[in-house]
Design a protein around this ligand. Structure first.
Ligand SMILES: [Fe+2]
Length: 241
């Protein structure tokens, strides 16, 4: 088991989105991650700009965090928690004044949920602007879910050109029907992060270590070096509570 892993994509904040429904469930999810050697968990609640003002979302996120902090105050074994969001892509993302508040706290990395329709050159351009005009690095959430409507090689190439990083969900490694595809993506140097995208304790539970074990077994030191390189980069500056 690797200690001090980071899970960069979770819906562990209580009663905020379609993830954890209450504080008790959040604490159970954190415990499950801790048992797998996860030392840092990034809370990434969904944010849809066409449904809510950014300021309203940030206020709701703070309220949810306050409740969780209160319930966790005596828990010394829990993972550290950083704040972020799973920001639904929109083409003006780079021009949003408060975009930094949606980055993983203390860093210039933002988790972006992309459209589930074919992407155009303007899609990649918007990601690139985020980097060139705001110095913010987009991390593409669960790339595997968009590949049904994109060409793998072209997508990976264009994302790299746009300075984007890629997160794959542990499920993709653990599911027998997709495991080979996940390993191939890794071999193509297309994966920087593996995350749980956990929503609850049962249907979409927080599982990370089993997927990391597959990387270790199938890709050896080289695979682990890639994961640890990017984890350490994030952990260098991350702010947690
Ligand atoms: Fe998610």
């Amino acid at each position: 088991m690797v200690n001090n892993m980071i899970d960069i994509h979770t819906h562990i904040l209580p009663a905020l989105d379609d993830g954890s429904s209450n504080v008790e469930e959040s604490i159970k999810m954190l415990g499950m991650l801790s048992n797998q050697g996860v030392g840092t968990v990034v809370a990434t609640p969904h944010f849809y700009i066409d449904e809510m003002e950014p300021e309203s979302f940030l206020k709701l996120r703070d309220e949810s965090v306050t409740k969780l902090k209160e319930a966790l105050k005596d828990d010394l074994s829990r993972p550290q928690i950083a704040l972020g969001a799973e920001f639904q892509f929109y083409s003006e993302l780079y021009s949003l004044d408060c975009i930094e508040d949606f980055c993983i706290s203390g860093t210039n990395y933002i988790l972006v949920e992309m459209p589930f329709t074919p992407w155009t050159k303007y899609t990649y351009q918007a990601l690139e602007y985020l980097y060139t005009s705001r110095n913010i690095v987009p991390i593409i959430a669960h790339l595997e879910r968009y590949l049904e409507c994109q060409n793998d090689a072209e997508t990976i190439f264009k994302l790299k050109e746009a300075h984007a990083l890629i997160q794959i969900s542990s499920d993709y490694f653990l599911n027998k029907s997709t495991k080979r595809k996940a390993i191939n993506l890794f071999k193509k140097d297309a994966v920087q992060f593996i995350a749980s995208d956990a929503h609850d304790t049962t249907i979409r539970p927080p599982i990370v270590s089993n997927a990391v074990d597959i990387v270790r077994k199938k890709l050896g030191d080289r695979g682990m070096e890639v994961l640890m390189f990017w984890e350490e980069k994030l952990l260098d500056n991350i702010i947690t509570f």
